[in-house]
Write a protein that binds this ligand. Structure first.
Ligand SMILES: NC(=O)C1=CN([C@@H]2O[C@H](COP(=O)(O)OP(=O)(O)OC[C@H]3O[C@@H](n4cnc5c(N)ncnc54)[C@H](O)[C@@H]3O)[C@@H](O)[C@H]2O)C=CC1
Ligand SMILES: O=C(O)CCC(=O)C(=O)O
Length: 528
Protein backbone atom coordinates (compact mmCIF):
# COMPACT_ATOMS: atom_id res chain seq x y z
CA UNK A 1 0.00 0.00 0.00
CA UNK A 2 1.37 3.42 -0.92
CA UNK A 3 0.21 6.51 0.93
CA UNK A 4 0.28 9.86 -0.80
CA UNK A 5 1.34 13.00 1.02
CA UNK A 6 0.83 16.51 -0.37
CA UNK A 7 3.05 19.34 0.87
CA UNK A 8 1.33 22.56 -0.16
CA UNK A 9 3.62 25.19 1.43
CA UNK A 10 7.40 25.45 1.17
CA UNK A 11 8.90 23.17 3.85
CA UNK A 12 12.54 22.45 4.57
CA UNK A 13 13.63 19.64 2.23
CA UNK A 14 16.09 18.47 4.90
CA UNK A 15 13.24 18.36 7.40
CA UNK A 16 10.99 16.06 5.39
CA UNK A 17 13.49 13.19 5.20
CA UNK A 18 11.27 10.93 7.40
CA UNK A 19 8.68 11.05 4.59
CA UNK A 20 11.19 10.72 1.77
CA UNK A 21 12.76 7.62 3.26
CA UNK A 22 9.49 5.78 4.03
CA UNK A 23 9.02 3.13 1.36
CA UNK A 24 5.22 3.25 1.67
CA UNK A 25 4.96 7.03 1.21
CA UNK A 26 5.00 9.07 -1.99
CA UNK A 27 5.48 12.81 -1.49
CA UNK A 28 4.28 15.56 -3.83
CA UNK A 29 5.34 19.15 -3.24
CA UNK A 30 2.97 21.59 -4.95
CA UNK A 31 2.77 25.12 -3.57
CA UNK A 32 0.69 28.23 -4.31
CA UNK A 33 -2.42 26.19 -5.06
CA UNK A 34 -5.83 27.84 -5.03
CA UNK A 35 -8.63 26.43 -2.90
CA UNK A 36 -10.32 25.05 -6.03
CA UNK A 37 -7.11 23.29 -7.10
CA UNK A 38 -6.73 21.77 -3.64
CA UNK A 39 -10.37 20.64 -3.62
CA UNK A 40 -9.80 18.88 -6.95
CA UNK A 41 -6.55 17.22 -5.87
CA UNK A 42 -7.29 16.21 -2.29
CA UNK A 43 -9.23 12.97 -2.93
CA UNK A 44 -5.99 11.20 -3.84
CA UNK A 45 -4.08 12.22 -0.73
CA UNK A 46 -3.81 10.55 2.67
CA UNK A 47 -1.92 13.40 4.33
CA UNK A 48 -1.55 17.15 3.85
CA UNK A 49 1.38 19.17 5.20
CA UNK A 50 1.19 22.94 5.42
CA UNK A 51 2.92 25.96 6.93
CA UNK A 52 0.74 29.03 7.35
CA UNK A 53 0.03 30.08 3.78
CA UNK A 54 -2.39 27.29 2.86
CA UNK A 55 -5.80 27.91 4.33
CA UNK A 56 -7.15 24.43 4.96
CA UNK A 57 -10.84 25.16 4.61
CA UNK A 58 -13.92 23.02 5.22
CA UNK A 59 -14.35 22.62 1.45
CA UNK A 60 -10.83 21.18 1.11
CA UNK A 61 -11.33 18.82 4.04
CA UNK A 62 -14.76 17.72 2.82
CA UNK A 63 -13.33 16.90 -0.61
CA UNK A 64 -10.47 14.86 0.85
CA UNK A 65 -12.15 11.48 1.09
CA UNK A 66 -8.92 9.65 1.95
CA UNK A 67 -7.35 12.28 4.16
CA UNK A 68 -6.20 10.96 7.52
CA UNK A 69 -3.89 13.66 8.82
CA UNK A 70 -3.10 17.34 8.39
CA UNK A 71 0.33 18.37 9.62
CA UNK A 72 1.05 22.02 10.47
CA UNK A 73 4.78 22.70 10.36
CA UNK A 74 4.58 25.31 13.11
CA UNK A 75 2.50 26.21 16.16
CA UNK A 76 -0.61 28.19 15.18
CA UNK A 77 -3.34 26.12 13.58
CA UNK A 78 -5.64 29.05 12.88
CA UNK A 79 -5.20 28.42 9.14
CA UNK A 80 -6.86 25.01 9.53
CA UNK A 81 -10.60 24.49 10.02
CA UNK A 82 -10.24 22.30 13.11
CA UNK A 83 -13.97 21.72 13.52
CA UNK A 84 -14.24 20.43 9.96
CA UNK A 85 -11.17 18.23 10.45
CA UNK A 86 -12.58 16.74 13.66
CA UNK A 87 -15.99 16.24 12.09
CA UNK A 88 -14.41 14.35 9.17
CA UNK A 89 -12.23 12.28 11.48
CA UNK A 90 -9.01 13.87 10.26
CA UNK A 91 -6.34 14.24 12.90
CA UNK A 92 -4.45 17.54 12.99
CA UNK A 93 -0.90 17.63 14.32
CA UNK A 94 1.46 20.56 14.77
CA UNK A 95 5.08 21.15 15.76
CA UNK A 96 4.79 23.07 19.01
CA UNK A 97 8.45 23.18 20.04
CA UNK A 98 10.44 23.42 16.83
CA UNK A 99 10.23 27.18 16.30
CA UNK A 100 10.02 28.45 19.90
CA UNK A 101 13.59 29.64 20.02
CA UNK A 102 13.47 31.36 16.64
CA UNK A 103 10.20 33.14 17.47
CA UNK A 104 11.58 34.27 20.84
CA UNK A 105 14.80 35.54 19.25
CA UNK A 106 12.80 37.38 16.59
CA UNK A 107 10.64 39.01 19.26
CA UNK A 108 13.70 40.22 21.13
CA UNK A 109 15.22 41.49 17.87
CA UNK A 110 12.00 43.41 17.19
CA UNK A 111 11.94 44.77 20.74
CA UNK A 112 15.48 46.10 20.47
CA UNK A 113 15.00 47.43 16.95
CA UNK A 114 11.86 49.22 18.16
CA UNK A 115 13.55 50.74 21.21
CA UNK A 116 16.53 51.96 19.16
CA UNK A 117 14.63 52.79 15.94
CA UNK A 118 17.11 50.72 13.96
CA UNK A 119 14.90 50.11 10.88
CA UNK A 120 13.99 53.79 10.61
CA UNK A 121 17.64 54.88 10.94
CA UNK A 122 18.72 52.25 8.44
CA UNK A 123 16.07 53.35 5.97
CA UNK A 124 17.10 57.04 6.30
CA UNK A 125 20.76 56.24 5.89
CA UNK A 126 20.06 54.17 2.78
CA UNK A 127 18.47 57.34 1.46
CA UNK A 128 21.72 59.14 2.25
CA UNK A 129 20.28 60.99 5.31
CA UNK A 130 22.70 61.16 8.29
CA UNK A 131 20.04 62.15 10.81
CA UNK A 132 21.04 61.34 14.39
CA UNK A 133 18.43 63.53 16.13
CA UNK A 134 15.46 61.84 14.53
CA UNK A 135 16.48 58.42 15.78
CA UNK A 136 17.05 58.82 19.48
CA UNK A 137 15.86 55.68 21.23
CA UNK A 138 15.29 54.50 24.78
CA UNK A 139 17.14 51.93 26.89
CA UNK A 140 15.52 48.66 27.84
CA UNK A 141 17.44 48.39 31.12
CA UNK A 142 15.20 49.21 34.07
CA UNK A 143 12.03 49.34 31.93
CA UNK A 144 9.11 46.99 32.50
CA UNK A 145 8.24 44.45 29.83
CA UNK A 146 4.63 43.26 30.00
CA UNK A 147 4.26 39.73 28.61
CA UNK A 148 0.74 38.63 27.71
CA UNK A 149 0.79 34.85 27.28
CA UNK A 150 3.58 33.04 29.09
CA UNK A 151 3.70 29.81 27.11
CA UNK A 152 6.73 28.43 25.31
CA UNK A 153 7.66 31.62 23.45
CA UNK A 154 6.49 34.10 26.09
CA UNK A 155 8.65 32.39 28.69
CA UNK A 156 11.75 32.46 26.47
CA UNK A 157 11.17 36.14 25.72
CA UNK A 158 10.75 36.90 29.44
CA UNK A 159 14.05 35.19 30.26
CA UNK A 160 15.88 37.07 27.51
CA UNK A 161 14.36 40.38 28.64
CA UNK A 162 15.77 39.74 32.11
CA UNK A 163 19.13 39.37 30.38
CA UNK A 164 18.57 42.95 29.19
CA UNK A 165 17.97 43.84 32.86
CA UNK A 166 14.33 44.61 32.27
CA UNK A 167 11.65 44.02 34.90
CA UNK A 168 9.12 41.53 33.61
CA UNK A 169 5.46 41.38 34.55
CA UNK A 170 3.35 38.69 32.93
CA UNK A 171 -0.20 37.49 32.59
CA UNK A 172 -1.17 33.98 31.60
CA UNK A 173 -4.26 32.12 32.86
CA UNK A 174 -1.98 29.25 33.92
CA UNK A 175 0.70 31.31 35.62
CA UNK A 176 0.99 30.56 39.33
CA UNK A 177 2.79 32.71 41.93
CA UNK A 178 5.22 29.84 42.41
CA UNK A 179 6.07 29.66 38.69
CA UNK A 180 6.41 33.44 38.50
CA UNK A 181 8.84 33.35 41.44
CA UNK A 182 10.85 30.58 39.80
CA UNK A 183 11.12 32.60 36.59
CA UNK A 184 11.93 35.76 38.52
CA UNK A 185 9.01 37.79 37.23
CA UNK A 186 5.90 39.46 38.60
CA UNK A 187 2.51 37.88 38.05
CA UNK A 188 -0.31 40.28 37.19
CA UNK A 189 -3.74 40.48 35.65
CA UNK A 190 -4.01 41.71 32.05
CA UNK A 191 -5.01 45.14 33.37
CA UNK A 192 -2.12 45.28 35.85
CA UNK A 193 0.36 44.27 33.17
CA UNK A 194 -0.77 46.76 30.55
CA UNK A 195 -0.97 49.62 33.09
CA UNK A 196 2.63 49.35 34.30
CA UNK A 197 4.47 48.18 31.19
CA UNK A 198 6.78 50.39 29.13
CA UNK A 199 6.89 47.68 26.47
CA UNK A 200 4.22 45.04 25.88
CA UNK A 201 4.74 41.81 23.97
CA UNK A 202 1.96 39.41 23.02
CA UNK A 203 2.41 35.63 22.95
CA UNK A 204 -1.06 34.07 23.03
CA UNK A 205 -2.78 32.08 20.32
CA UNK A 206 -5.52 33.84 18.38
CA UNK A 207 -8.70 32.60 20.04
CA UNK A 208 -12.20 33.96 20.54
CA UNK A 209 -11.01 35.23 23.94
CA UNK A 210 -7.83 36.85 22.60
CA UNK A 211 -9.30 38.47 19.48
CA UNK A 212 -8.76 42.24 19.88
CA UNK A 213 -7.44 41.68 23.41
CA UNK A 214 -5.47 44.86 22.77
CA UNK A 215 -8.27 47.21 21.74
CA UNK A 216 -9.01 50.92 22.24
CA UNK A 217 -10.14 50.31 25.83
CA UNK A 218 -7.00 48.33 26.73
CA UNK A 219 -4.76 50.93 25.06
CA UNK A 220 -6.46 53.71 27.02
CA UNK A 221 -5.24 52.03 30.25
CA UNK A 222 -1.61 51.88 29.07
CA UNK A 223 1.15 54.38 29.85
CA UNK A 224 1.49 57.16 27.33
CA UNK A 225 4.57 56.32 25.28
CA UNK A 226 4.12 52.55 25.58
CA UNK A 227 5.62 50.45 22.77
CA UNK A 228 4.00 47.22 21.61
CA UNK A 229 5.43 44.09 19.96
CA UNK A 230 3.30 41.45 18.29
CA UNK A 231 5.06 38.37 16.96
CA UNK A 232 2.14 36.05 17.81
CA UNK A 233 -0.92 36.53 15.62
CA UNK A 234 -2.59 39.39 13.78
CA UNK A 235 -6.04 39.98 15.20
CA UNK A 236 -4.95 39.89 18.84
CA UNK A 237 -4.38 43.63 18.46
CA UNK A 238 -7.21 45.73 17.03
CA UNK A 239 -5.20 47.29 14.20
CA UNK A 240 -7.47 50.31 13.77
CA UNK A 241 -7.25 51.08 17.51
CA UNK A 242 -3.47 50.75 17.37
CA UNK A 243 -3.29 53.06 14.36
CA UNK A 244 -5.39 55.73 16.08
CA UNK A 245 -3.38 55.43 19.31
CA UNK A 246 -0.08 55.91 17.45
CA UNK A 247 -1.42 58.90 15.52
CA UNK A 248 -2.69 60.39 18.82
CA UNK A 249 0.71 59.91 20.45
CA UNK A 250 -0.56 57.50 23.10
CA UNK A 251 1.48 54.59 21.73
CA UNK A 252 5.05 55.55 20.82
CA UNK A 253 5.77 52.64 18.55
CA UNK A 254 4.89 49.14 17.46
CA UNK A 255 6.82 46.20 16.07
CA UNK A 256 4.64 43.84 14.09
CA UNK A 257 5.52 40.49 12.58
CA UNK A 258 1.91 39.48 12.06
CA UNK A 259 -1.24 41.07 10.65
CA UNK A 260 -4.92 40.30 10.65
CA UNK A 261 -4.83 39.86 6.87
CA UNK A 262 -1.64 38.48 5.40
CA UNK A 263 0.14 39.31 3.18
CA UNK A 264 -0.24 42.88 4.43
CA UNK A 265 1.78 44.88 1.97
CA UNK A 266 -0.43 47.98 1.75
CA UNK A 267 -1.57 48.16 5.37
CA UNK A 268 -2.01 51.69 6.68
CA UNK A 269 -0.02 50.88 9.83
CA UNK A 270 2.99 50.43 7.56
CA UNK A 271 2.73 54.08 6.54
CA UNK A 272 3.46 55.22 10.10
CA UNK A 273 7.15 55.89 10.87
CA UNK A 274 6.59 54.60 14.43
CA UNK A 275 5.73 51.14 13.11
CA UNK A 276 8.43 48.63 12.22
CA UNK A 277 7.45 45.36 10.66
CA UNK A 278 8.54 42.02 9.22
CA UNK A 279 6.49 39.73 6.97
CA UNK A 280 5.71 36.95 9.49
CA UNK A 281 9.32 35.91 9.90
CA UNK A 282 9.24 34.71 13.52
CA UNK A 283 9.86 31.10 12.56
CA UNK A 284 11.87 31.78 9.44
CA UNK A 285 15.24 30.36 10.34
CA UNK A 286 16.97 27.36 8.85
CA UNK A 287 16.97 25.64 12.22
CA UNK A 288 13.28 26.22 13.02
CA UNK A 289 12.09 25.23 9.57
CA UNK A 290 14.06 22.01 9.62
CA UNK A 291 12.93 21.21 13.12
CA UNK A 292 9.18 21.77 12.52
CA UNK A 293 9.29 19.84 9.24
CA UNK A 294 11.00 16.89 10.97
CA UNK A 295 8.44 16.89 13.79
CA UNK A 296 5.34 16.88 11.58
CA UNK A 297 6.88 14.44 9.10
CA UNK A 298 7.52 11.93 11.87
CA UNK A 299 3.94 12.30 13.09
CA UNK A 300 2.61 11.65 9.58
CA UNK A 301 4.81 8.54 9.32
CA UNK A 302 3.62 7.41 12.76
CA UNK A 303 -0.04 7.77 11.88
CA UNK A 304 0.24 6.11 8.48
CA UNK A 305 2.05 3.21 10.19
CA UNK A 306 -0.85 2.88 12.60
CA UNK A 307 1.12 4.31 15.52
CA UNK A 308 0.18 7.08 17.92
CA UNK A 309 1.07 10.63 16.96
CA UNK A 310 3.11 12.83 19.28
CA UNK A 311 1.52 16.24 18.80
CA UNK A 312 -2.22 15.92 18.18
CA UNK A 313 -4.19 19.16 18.17
CA UNK A 314 -7.76 17.88 17.94
CA UNK A 315 -7.26 14.93 20.31
CA UNK A 316 -5.84 15.11 23.82
CA UNK A 317 -2.37 13.59 23.84
CA UNK A 318 -1.87 10.70 26.24
CA UNK A 319 1.55 9.96 27.75
CA UNK A 320 3.27 6.84 26.40
CA UNK A 321 3.27 5.00 29.72
CA UNK A 322 -0.49 5.59 30.18
CA UNK A 323 -1.13 4.49 26.60
CA UNK A 324 0.78 1.26 27.22
CA UNK A 325 -1.56 0.53 30.12
CA UNK A 326 -4.84 1.24 28.32
CA UNK A 327 -4.12 0.16 24.76
CA UNK A 328 -4.88 -3.54 25.48
CA UNK A 329 -8.43 -2.45 26.42
CA UNK A 330 -9.18 -0.63 23.13
CA UNK A 331 -10.52 -3.76 21.42
CA UNK A 332 -12.72 -4.69 24.38
CA UNK A 333 -14.10 -1.15 24.71
CA UNK A 334 -15.07 -0.98 21.04
CA UNK A 335 -16.63 -4.47 21.05
CA UNK A 336 -18.71 -3.66 24.14
CA UNK A 337 -20.07 -0.70 22.20
CA UNK A 338 -20.83 -2.76 19.10
CA UNK A 339 -22.49 -5.50 21.18
CA UNK A 340 -24.70 -3.12 23.10
CA UNK A 341 -25.83 -1.10 20.12
CA UNK A 342 -26.82 -4.31 18.31
CA UNK A 343 -29.36 -4.98 21.07
CA UNK A 344 -31.43 -1.88 20.42
CA UNK A 345 -33.06 -0.18 17.49
CA UNK A 346 -33.89 2.85 19.59
CA UNK A 347 -32.04 6.15 19.53
CA UNK A 348 -29.35 6.30 22.20
CA UNK A 349 -29.91 9.24 24.54
CA UNK A 350 -27.25 8.71 27.14
CA UNK A 351 -24.10 6.65 27.50
CA UNK A 352 -22.63 5.86 30.92
CA UNK A 353 -19.28 4.14 31.04
CA UNK A 354 -18.01 2.78 34.36
CA UNK A 355 -14.32 2.00 34.72
CA UNK A 356 -13.15 0.05 37.71
CA UNK A 357 -10.42 -2.10 39.22
CA UNK A 358 -7.04 -1.33 37.67
CA UNK A 359 -8.72 1.16 35.33
CA UNK A 360 -9.75 3.45 38.14
CA UNK A 361 -6.60 5.57 38.06
CA UNK A 362 -5.73 5.86 34.36
CA UNK A 363 -6.68 8.38 31.68
CA UNK A 364 -9.76 6.68 30.25
CA UNK A 365 -10.56 9.20 27.49
CA UNK A 366 -9.19 7.00 24.68
CA UNK A 367 -11.24 4.04 25.99
CA UNK A 368 -14.37 6.16 26.02
CA UNK A 369 -13.72 7.21 22.43
CA UNK A 370 -13.34 3.55 21.41
CA UNK A 371 -16.56 2.63 23.19
CA UNK A 372 -18.45 5.44 21.47
CA UNK A 373 -16.91 4.38 18.15
CA UNK A 374 -18.32 0.88 18.72
CA UNK A 375 -21.72 2.20 19.77
CA UNK A 376 -22.11 4.52 16.78
CA UNK A 377 -20.33 2.49 14.09
CA UNK A 378 -23.67 1.07 13.16
CA UNK A 379 -24.84 4.55 12.10
CA UNK A 380 -21.64 6.11 10.81
CA UNK A 381 -19.75 3.11 9.38
CA UNK A 382 -16.09 3.72 8.65
CA UNK A 383 -16.59 7.47 8.88
CA UNK A 384 -16.35 7.29 12.67
CA UNK A 385 -12.93 7.11 14.29
CA UNK A 386 -11.07 8.18 17.45
CA UNK A 387 -10.91 11.77 16.30
CA UNK A 388 -14.59 12.37 15.65
CA UNK A 389 -16.33 9.78 17.89
CA UNK A 390 -17.06 12.14 20.81
CA UNK A 391 -17.87 15.00 18.43
CA UNK A 392 -20.37 12.93 16.45
CA UNK A 393 -22.04 11.69 19.64
CA UNK A 394 -22.32 15.25 20.89
CA UNK A 395 -23.80 16.33 17.55
CA UNK A 396 -26.48 13.68 18.01
CA UNK A 397 -27.28 15.16 21.41
CA UNK A 398 -26.09 12.05 23.24
CA UNK A 399 -25.03 12.64 26.83
CA UNK A 400 -21.77 10.89 27.70
CA UNK A 401 -20.68 10.28 31.28
CA UNK A 402 -17.52 8.57 32.47
CA UNK A 403 -17.62 7.08 35.96
CA UNK A 404 -14.60 5.83 37.81
CA UNK A 405 -15.52 3.38 40.52
CA UNK A 406 -13.50 1.25 42.86
CA UNK A 407 -16.14 -1.49 42.83
CA UNK A 408 -15.06 -3.97 40.14
CA UNK A 409 -17.44 -6.82 41.02
CA UNK A 410 -14.59 -9.29 41.63
CA UNK A 411 -12.71 -8.57 38.40
CA UNK A 412 -9.19 -7.12 38.24
CA UNK A 413 -10.53 -4.66 35.69
CA UNK A 414 -14.01 -3.97 34.40
CA UNK A 415 -15.59 -1.72 31.80
CA UNK A 416 -19.35 -1.49 32.11
CA UNK A 417 -21.27 0.33 29.40
CA UNK A 418 -24.84 1.44 29.94
CA UNK A 419 -27.05 3.05 27.31
CA UNK A 420 -30.34 4.79 27.88
CA UNK A 421 -32.92 4.74 25.09
CA UNK A 422 -36.70 5.18 24.79
CA UNK A 423 -36.77 1.44 25.53
CA UNK A 424 -35.07 1.77 28.88
CA UNK A 425 -31.57 0.91 29.98
CA UNK A 426 -29.26 -1.77 28.61
CA UNK A 427 -25.85 -2.71 29.96
CA UNK A 428 -22.93 -4.86 29.03
CA UNK A 429 -19.68 -5.34 30.93
CA UNK A 430 -16.33 -6.75 29.93
CA UNK A 431 -12.96 -7.52 31.38
CA UNK A 432 -9.49 -8.31 30.15
CA UNK A 433 -8.40 -11.64 31.62
CA UNK A 434 -4.67 -12.00 32.02
CA UNK A 435 -3.36 -14.45 29.44
CA UNK A 436 -6.84 -15.16 28.10
CA UNK A 437 -7.81 -11.86 26.52
CA UNK A 438 -11.09 -9.94 26.53
CA UNK A 439 -14.38 -11.35 27.79
CA UNK A 440 -17.93 -10.06 27.97
CA UNK A 441 -18.93 -10.98 31.52
CA UNK A 442 -22.31 -9.37 31.96
CA UNK A 443 -25.33 -8.59 29.79
CA UNK A 444 -27.91 -6.57 31.70
CA UNK A 445 -28.15 -8.43 35.02
CA UNK A 446 -26.99 -11.81 33.62
CA UNK A 447 -23.48 -13.12 34.17
CA UNK A 448 -21.94 -14.61 31.02
CA UNK A 449 -18.49 -15.53 29.74
CA UNK A 450 -18.19 -14.66 26.07
CA UNK A 451 -15.18 -14.00 23.87
CA UNK A 452 -16.19 -10.81 22.07
CA UNK A 453 -15.67 -11.92 18.49
CA UNK A 454 -17.46 -13.70 15.68
CA UNK A 455 -21.13 -14.33 14.95
CA UNK A 456 -23.53 -14.24 17.87
CA UNK A 457 -27.26 -14.80 18.31
CA UNK A 458 -28.72 -13.15 21.38
CA UNK A 459 -32.10 -14.37 22.59
CA UNK A 460 -34.34 -13.19 25.41
CA UNK A 461 -36.93 -15.74 26.49
CA UNK A 462 -38.89 -17.24 29.36
CA UNK A 463 -36.98 -19.93 31.23
CA UNK A 464 -38.82 -23.18 30.37
CA UNK A 465 -38.00 -26.77 29.39
CA UNK A 466 -37.30 -27.28 25.68
CA UNK A 467 -36.31 -23.70 24.86
CA UNK A 468 -32.68 -24.56 24.24
CA UNK A 469 -33.54 -27.64 22.17
CA UNK A 470 -35.92 -25.64 20.02
CA UNK A 471 -33.19 -23.16 19.10
CA UNK A 472 -30.86 -26.01 18.05
CA UNK A 473 -33.54 -27.69 15.95
CA UNK A 474 -34.59 -24.47 14.20
CA UNK A 475 -31.06 -23.38 13.36
CA UNK A 476 -30.25 -26.86 12.07
CA UNK A 477 -32.97 -26.37 9.45
CA UNK A 478 -30.77 -23.59 7.99
CA UNK A 479 -27.62 -25.70 8.36
CA UNK A 480 -26.49 -23.15 10.96
CA UNK A 481 -23.99 -24.77 13.27
CA UNK A 482 -23.86 -23.67 16.92
CA UNK A 483 -20.29 -23.35 18.18
CA UNK A 484 -20.94 -22.32 21.79
CA UNK A 485 -24.00 -21.65 23.90
CA UNK A 486 -24.64 -19.97 27.21
CA UNK A 487 -27.79 -19.37 29.17
CA UNK A 488 -28.57 -17.12 32.06
CA UNK A 489 -31.77 -16.62 34.02
CA UNK A 490 -33.01 -14.35 36.74
CA UNK A 491 -35.08 -17.01 38.55
CA UNK A 492 -36.36 -20.48 37.73
CA UNK A 493 -39.10 -19.93 35.13
CA UNK A 494 -38.29 -16.25 34.95
CA UNK A 495 -36.65 -14.00 32.36
CA UNK A 496 -33.67 -15.62 30.67
CA UNK A 497 -31.14 -15.04 27.93
CA UNK A 498 -29.25 -17.27 25.51
CA UNK A 499 -26.01 -16.34 23.82
CA UNK A 500 -25.02 -18.58 20.92
CA UNK A 501 -21.97 -18.29 18.76
CA UNK A 502 -22.36 -19.74 15.28
CA UNK A 503 -19.83 -20.62 12.58
CA UNK A 504 -21.05 -18.27 9.86
CA UNK A 505 -22.50 -14.78 9.74
CA UNK A 506 -26.02 -14.74 11.22
CA UNK A 507 -28.51 -14.66 8.37
CA UNK A 508 -31.94 -13.03 8.08
CA UNK A 509 -33.35 -16.57 7.62
CA UNK A 510 -31.87 -17.67 10.97
CA UNK A 511 -33.46 -14.73 12.73
CA UNK A 512 -36.78 -15.14 10.86
CA UNK A 513 -37.01 -18.83 11.81
CA UNK A 514 -36.38 -18.12 15.48
CA UNK A 515 -38.76 -15.18 15.53
CA UNK A 516 -41.57 -17.12 13.82
CA UNK A 517 -42.16 -19.44 16.76
CA UNK A 518 -43.18 -16.62 19.11
CA UNK A 519 -41.38 -18.58 21.84
CA UNK A 520 -38.70 -15.95 22.17
CA UNK A 521 -39.16 -12.36 23.30
CA UNK A 522 -36.22 -10.99 21.38
CA UNK A 523 -33.84 -12.47 18.84
CA UNK A 524 -30.88 -10.44 17.62
CA UNK A 525 -27.86 -11.14 15.47
CA UNK A 526 -24.63 -9.57 16.65
CA UNK A 527 -21.49 -9.40 14.51
CA UNK A 528 -18.38 -8.63 16.57
N1 LIG B 1 5.50 34.94 14.27
C1 LIG B 1 5.74 33.66 14.08
O1 LIG B 1 6.32 33.27 13.07
C2 LIG B 1 5.34 32.68 15.11
C3 LIG B 1 4.22 32.89 15.84
N2 LIG B 1 3.84 31.98 16.78
C4 LIG B 1 2.65 32.28 17.57
O2 LIG B 1 3.04 32.65 18.88
C5 LIG B 1 1.99 32.38 19.79
C6 LIG B 1 2.53 31.68 21.02
O3 LIG B 1 3.11 30.45 20.66
P1 LIG B 1 3.64 29.43 21.79
O4 LIG B 1 4.30 30.19 22.87
O5 LIG B 1 4.39 28.37 21.11
O6 LIG B 1 2.27 28.87 22.30
P2 LIG B 1 1.94 28.25 23.74
O7 LIG B 1 0.71 27.46 23.56
O8 LIG B 1 3.13 27.58 24.30
O9 LIG B 1 1.62 29.52 24.62
C7 LIG B 1 0.46 30.27 24.52
C8 LIG B 1 0.14 30.78 25.90
O10 LIG B 1 -0.93 31.70 25.80
C9 LIG B 1 -1.70 31.55 26.97
N3 LIG B 1 -3.01 32.15 26.80
C10 LIG B 1 -4.12 31.61 26.25
N4 LIG B 1 -5.15 32.50 26.33
C11 LIG B 1 -4.66 33.59 26.95
C12 LIG B 1 -5.23 34.84 27.33
N5 LIG B 1 -6.51 35.11 27.07
N6 LIG B 1 -4.44 35.74 27.95
C13 LIG B 1 -3.15 35.45 28.21
N7 LIG B 1 -2.55 34.30 27.89
C14 LIG B 1 -3.30 33.38 27.25
C15 LIG B 1 -1.74 30.07 27.20
O11 LIG B 1 -2.08 29.76 28.52
C16 LIG B 1 -0.31 29.68 26.85
O12 LIG B 1 0.50 29.64 27.99
C17 LIG B 1 0.96 31.60 18.99
O13 LIG B 1 -0.03 32.48 18.55
C18 LIG B 1 1.73 31.10 17.80
O14 LIG B 1 0.92 30.84 16.71
C19 LIG B 1 4.56 30.86 17.05
C20 LIG B 1 5.69 30.61 16.34
C21 LIG B 1 6.16 31.49 15.28
O1 LIG C 1 5.14 28.82 9.27
C1 LIG C 1 5.52 29.93 9.64
O2 LIG C 1 6.51 30.49 9.23
C2 LIG C 1 4.69 30.63 10.68
C3 LIG C 1 5.02 30.15 12.03
C4 LIG C 1 3.93 30.49 12.95
O3 LIG C 1 3.34 31.52 12.89
C5 LIG C 1 3.53 29.50 13.94
O4 LIG C 1 4.23 28.48 14.09
O5 LIG C 1 2.51 29.72 14.60
Amino acid sequence: MTYRVLISDPLSEDGIFPLRQASTIKVDVKTDLTEAELVAMMPMYDALLVRSQTKVTRAIIAAAANLKIIGRAGVGVDNIDLTAATEHGVIVVNAPDGNTNSAAEHTVAMLMALARKIPQAYYALKQQKWDRKAHVGVELKGKTLGVIGLGRIGREVALRAKGQRMKVMAYDPFLTEEKADQLGLIKGTVDEVIKVADFITIHTPLLKETKHLINADAISKMKTGVQIVNCARGGIIDEEALYQAIVAGKVAGAALDVFEQEPATDHKLLQLPQVIATPHLGASTIEAQESVAVDVSYDVVRLLNGDLVKNPVNLPSVPKEVMKKIEPFFYLAEKLGVFLTSLTKQVIKEINIYYSGELHDVEVGPLTRNTIKGLLKHHFGNHINDVNAAYLAEQQGILINEHITSHSEGFINLIKVEIKTEDGTKTVAGTLLQGLGPRIVQVDSYNVDLVPEGHIIFIRHQDQPGAIGKVGTLLAKNQTNIATMQVGRSTVGGDAIMLLTVDEEVTEQDLALLNKTNDFKEVTGVEL
